[in-house]
Design a protein around this ligand. Structure first.
Ligand SMILES: CC(C)(COP(=O)(O)OP(=O)(O)OC[C@H]1O[C@@H](n2cnc3c(N)ncnc32)[C@H](O)[C@@H]1OP(=O)(O)O)[C@@H](O)C(=O)NCCC(=O)NCCS
Length: 172
């Protein structure tokens, strides 16, 4: 098994896997155009013969914050280390960019604890809130756990550094 940065020809497999896991809300859906535009965010895992096993993405907000998104392994390939290899590759990528904090939202915090993530307050991750949560119909009924690894950001680029100042009506 190997992990490598995704290329455009991987978009079909990435889209298919994410779509298969988004019907029940396990993953946020990603459209083809969104995957094409952001394909450089993605890392894929594959067999030595090039068979697609899974994917994950690192979205950069800036030096203060990055987010692991869309991490998934095909059902047949789960529990054989691919998910862990993907997380480690995305963390190494964040480190290469000197990012101070990596965050994610998940329903399986135990998996990510293995890699040094700890539960965090959602309001401590303003850029993630402004990017996804502010327009999500489940903003006040979210069952995902926010997690972070590193120093929580003291700044934000998509809005004010304190979420409460501008999103009070959303109640978070
Ligand atoms: C979560 C997922 C990516 C893990 O991939 P995987 O290839 O099965 O994981 P690995 O085999 O690398 O497991 C790494 C470690 O995490 C543990 N682990 C795996 N899945 C876990 C889970 N759901 N909960 C807790 N721990 C988990 C493994 O036991 C292993 O621990 P070990 O090294 O002590 O044995 C995969 O199960 C998946 O695609 N799930 C559906 C999509 C999803 O939920 N993505 C996360 C969205 S935030």
């Amino acid at each position: 098994m190997r992990v490598r940065k995704a290329r455009l020809p991987d978009a079909n497999a990435i889209h298919g896997l994410i779509r298969s896991l988004s019907y029940d809300g396990t993953l946020l859906p990603r459209s083809f155009p969104e995957i094409y535009e952001n394909v450089r965010d993605f890392t894929v895992a594959e067999t030595d013969d090039g068979e697609f096993l899974g994917c994950g993405a690192l979205h950069l907000y800036g030096p203060h914050l990055a987010e692991i998104r869309s991490i998934a392994v095909t059902p047949a390939a789960q529990k054989q280390g691919a998910g862990g290899r993907l997380v480690e590759a995305l963390l190494a990528e964040a480190e290469s960019h000197r990012v101070g904090c990596v965050c994610l939202f998940t329903r399986i915090p135990d998996f990510f604890q293995n890699f040094g993530f700890a539960q965090a307050e959602r309001t401590a991750l303003p850029d993630k809130i402004y990017k996804d949560c502010a327009n999500c119909p489940r903003i006040n009924a979210c069952d995902e756990i926010a997690m972070a690894r590193g120093v929580l950001p003291e700044t934000a680029v998509l809005g004010p550094a304190r979420v409460e100042e501008h999103l009070v009506p959303l109640q978070l």
